[in-house]
Write a protein that binds this ligand. Structure first.
Ligand code: MLT
Length: 404
């Protein structure tokens, strides 16, 4: 008789955003006349930029002719895209990253869930609390997290690094030494970030204790302040301790198109073993490459037109962030984030729990957000709103919240 991976049985509830979608759909069904504004999941709303659409059309046409048709993509990604990434995201920022250190994928969510596979089951992970749920859940599935305590909503073998208003959302070095440290900066869900100096301290710490940093930079396009690093490789020593995950979802609106990449430097080693070679082996075995047309679309992100159009798109969402942040402040809320990231993190009013506020907002303002406690115990009493809505809906949502 076959056995299942029992670790899956340990996962409490469903994936956060699935739970929210179910709740919202049930509410909509019961109240078909209500116009719900969704500022929950960080999904983009603006159409793909013209430069990207052009690249898609062109590459679709290529697929229709025998001379230019493409079959399987190279499993690690087309060189034209890897080169554009290296030149624009790294060389231009003074970071040393080579083409064969960039692995193209179908998105940062898959990579952030899969990357743990190349590490031992005995490794201890450290996460910020609150945290993007994929990091913890994927380690639960791999059997790395110990047992779940319903009371504290924590796993016995996970090191939690609380990030709250009390410590300015800056994680402190943990008392116990982790093997793998997940950092998402600018941060999802709090919308806050670290300065480059603070990040450098994390790199130094990881090198000192022999830990690897899994660095999720999905929101780097939203950085507006000068002293914030766009890549962890801006920090000295990061090549020996850090893997960086990047996404095209948030900077270029690819949530439905799917494209991302992971950088594994060749200097990152465990003894003599190269993690770059391990990830190449894993990628080659389990992944058949992102579609050609999507990689061409990704290349267009780095064209002059693409860059100019996407700068405008990011500015559009950041205007929403400002609108939400200032609107909530005027209404008496305590708010964080929204300066270097498209997320606003607010304190729930009147001591409401995160889920109480979720229901309150849904029922009384018909606005959907994300309960902070869904991201971890230190998220209790907080709530996340995304700036990825359209401007008109964002204004309307704010009016409704102010009128409560
Ligand atoms: C979020 O809302 O946290 C993100 O959109 C989820 C994701 O990027 O997978």
């Amino acid at each position: 008789m076959f056995q299942i991976n029992e670790n899956y049985q340990k996962l409490p509830g469903s994936y956060l955003f699935s739970t929210i979608a179910k709740k919202v759909n049930a509410y909509q069904q019961a109240n078909p006349d209500k116009n719900i504004i969704r500022l929950g999941i960080g999904d983009v709303t603006q159409p793909l930029a013209p430069a990207i659409i052009d690249a898609l059309h062109k590459s679709v046409d290529e697929m229709g002719h025998a001379e230019t048709f493409r079959g399987y993509a190279p499993d690690l990604g087309y060189e034209f895209l890897r080169k554009a990434i290296v030149d624009n995201d790294y060389k231009q920022r003074g970071c040393q990253v080579e083409i064969d250190e960039v692995f193209i994928s179908d998105g940062a969510k898959s990579d952030s869930g899969n990357i743990q596979e190349i590490f031992a089951e005995s490794n201890r992970i450290a996460v910020c609390d609150p945290v993007y749920p994929v990091y913890v859940d994927s380690n639960v599935m791999a059997g790395r997290t110990g047992t779940y305590d319903k009371g504290t909503e924590t796993w016995s073998n996970v090191i939690y690094m609380p990030c709250t208003a009390e410590n300015n959302f800056v994680p402190e070095f943990p008392k116990e030494t982790p093997d793998m440290i997940y950092l998402c900066l600018p941060n999802n869900p709090t919308g806050t970030t670290l300065t480059k100096d603070q990040l450098q301290q994390w790199v130094d710490y990881a090198n000192r204790v022999g830990a690897v940093i899994i660095y999720d930079a999905a929101y780097e396009a939203y950085i507006s302040e000068d002293d914030v690093a766009h890549s962890i490789y801006e920090c000295e020593g990061a090549r020996t301790c850090a893997i960086e995950l990047r996404s095209f979802s948030k900077n270029a609106g690819f949530t439905g198109v799917r494209l991302g990449f992971t950088v594994v430097p060749k200097d990152l080693k465990c003894g003599d073993v190269s993690l770059n070679a391990m990830w190449a082996r894993r990628h080659g075995t389990k992944f058949n490459g992102a579609p050609y047309i999507v990689q061409r679309a990704g290349e267009a992100v780095y064209s002059d037109e693409g860059k100019a159009q996407l700068k405008e798109q990011v500015a559009y969402y950041m205007r929403n962030a400002k609108t939400i942040k200032e609107g909530l402040k005027d209404a008496g809320y305590t708010v964080f984030g929204g300066v270097n990231a498209p997320y606003i993190w607010l304190k729930t009013p009147d001591q409401m729990t995160s889920w109480e506020f979720f229901d309150y907002l849904l029922e009384n303002a018909n606005v959907v957000g994300t309960p902070g406690s869904g991201f971890g115990p230190s998220g209790e009493g907080y709530f996340r709103l995304t700036a990825f809505g359209n401007y008109e809906n964002t204004l309307k949502a704010l009016e409704r919240i102010k009128a409560l």
